[in-house]
Design a protein around this ligand. Structure first.
Ligand SMILES: [Zn+2]
Length: 72
């Protein structure tokens, strides 16, 4: 007789994440997204401390946003 119980204690590392949207086209990002990790670029292109304007659905959107900031 095995007294195994099915505990699902696997949500210990789940971050309290809100929905994130692409900062360029507004598409909802489901878990994975592209963002600039380089500190220099973050300071140069983005203003939000929480990184909400540094999240993109694709590298293309990220590159376009960077170009826009570059030309401002
Ligand atoms: Zn996008």
């Amino acid at each position: 007789m095995s007294g195994r119980k099915d505990d699902n204690d696997m949500d210990g590392l789940k971050p309290d994440k809100k929905y994130i949207y692409c900062a360029r086209c507004g598409e909802e990002l489901g878990g994975t997204y592209h963002f600039y990790v380089d500190n220099y670029l973050q300071v140069k292109y983005f203003e939000q401390q929480d990184g909400s304007d540094n999240a993109f659905c694709s590298e293309t959107c990220a590159a376009v946003r960077a170009q826009e900031r570059e030309s401002q």
